[in-house]
Design a protein around this ligand. Structure first.
Ligand SMILES: Cc1ncc(COP(=O)(O)O)c(C=O)c1O
Ligand SMILES: [Zn+2]
Length: 389
């Protein structure tokens, strides 16, 4: 295995990967896995990937887990990068793609993070896993925990879409509905986890969900023939995908697979919950908790994220930014995208299509820019948001 250790994203303190870890023990910020990329480069050439399995475990050398240990997998990753047929042209763009993450197990990109995190938690001896979830992460944990023969304890706000709640229960998880936000769910787990013997799988509060999510970046480069787009639009809650992709870009540059150019990264958030956009605009490095957070795009209802400073650094370093979208705009765009492209996108994905048009109007995206939108989930999980008419 090429994983050497874990390193704090804030203070740089080194932690061992061989024991279960959550946040940095010194400063309580997220830990990043670090690999011996020189050694990876000696055994893996990007051309070798062409003949491998489609699952994200094709990038095994830059993922955690010893090579003789079988991953807990349901066939995640390897999703299509679809060139839009009509929406891009209508928005004045010549090159618009959608990375369709609805085609993962449990219909969202949360499967990517859970395959690596559950695999490592199992390998390191955890037996009971707990997670606060806006919905899709809960479904993914329930599935991977079941696959691994482990217990899943899922804490969700009581107004989480019904499909997510039912999915978790039918996958054998213990579900607790909390009258509050995802941050309240996280606090409840923090309070009970020691007595209950749960390992906390909150995003970026354990080191390996980001590793699965970073494969979004590897896949994008591979699918674009080892180039990156000019612009990425990412619907942002906890920000793990955005952070993971940026990490992947740095790793691929160190491997000599891509050059130093980076996409302009844009965080798309809901008008009713936009802590990152607000902090970006205010020039702050940390984002204050967003008051009275509300949006029906449940994945974006994250008023406070532990990786806020990592995201804000990335948005600034990339020359991108943040943009908000109202709930009515997301719902309106769902049918537009559906009719134009044949994709029933999640409201979080729909938000990116609205954001695209706003950024084109504002002159922040040019007609010739190569743009990638992440549709992070499926509309089928959000039937409560749509009028039956
Ligand atoms: C469909 C969907 N999109 C986006 C997000 C936000 O993801 P992240 O936490 O990586 O920012 C979520 C999180 O729950 C989600 O379910
Ligand atoms: Zn630290």
């Amino acid at each position: 295995m090429f994983l050497t250790h874990l390193e704090c994203t804030n203070c740089g303190t080194r932690h061992e990967w061989t024991t279960l870890q959550n946040l940095c023990t010194k400063c309580q910020k997220p830990l990043f896995p670090v690999y011996d990329l020189e050694a990876v480069g000696r055994v893996l050439k990007k051309e070798d990937l062409a003949t491998r399995e489609k699952s994200l475990w094709r990038y095994r050398e830059v993922l955690p887990l010893p090579p003789d240990v079988e991953p807990v997998s349901l066939g995640e990753g390897g999703t299509p990068l679809l060139r839009t047929q009509r929406f891009g042209k209508a928005a004045g763009l010549t090159n618009l793609w959608v990375k369709d993450e609805a085609q993962n197990p449990t219909q969202s990109f949360k499967a990517r993070g859970m395959t690596t995190a559950v695999s490592m938690a199992k390998h390191l001896g955890a037996t009971k896993l707990a997670v606060p979830s806006a919905g899709n992460a809960g479904g993914a944990l329930a599935a991977y925990a079941a696959r691994a023969g482990m217990e899943a304890h899922i804490f969700m706000p009581s107004d989480t879409p019904r499909a997510n709640v039912i999915e978790c229960r039918e996958l054998g998880a213990h579900v607790v509905l909390i009258d509050g936000l995802i941050t309240d769910c996280g606090a409840e787990i923090a309070k009970r986890k020691t007595a209950e013997g749960w390992f906390d799988m909150s995003t970026l509060k354990e080191p390996y969900r980001v590793e699965g999510k970073k494969t979004l970046g590897y896949e994008l480069a591979e699918q674009m023939d080892w180039t990156l787009p000019d612009v990425i639009l990412y619907p942002t809650g906890g920000g793990t995908g955005l952070i993971g992709m940026w990490k992947a870009f740095d790793e691929m540059e160190a491997l000599g697979w891509i050059g130093p150019a980076r996409p302009r990264m844009f965080s798309v958030q809901a008008s009713g919950c936009a802590p990152i956009v607000r902090a970006f605009e205010a020039g702050e490095r940390f984002a204050a908790e967003f008051p009275n957070a509300h949006t029906l795009a449940s994945g974006l209802r994250v008023p406070k994220a532990v990786g806020d400073f990592i995201m804000l650094d990335i948005l600034r370093a990339s020359g991108g930014g943040g943009i908000t979208v109202a709930d009515e705009e997301m719902i309106g765009a769902t049918r537009e995208v559906g009719g134009a492209e044949g994709l029933f996108v999640a409201p979080e994905g729909a938000a990116c299509f609205v954001a695209l048009r706003k950024l084109v109007s504002a002159g922040k995206i040019a007609a010739a820019d190569r743009v990638v939108i992440f549709n992070t989930g499926s509309g089928i999980k959000y039937l409560d948001c749509y009028d039956a008419s």
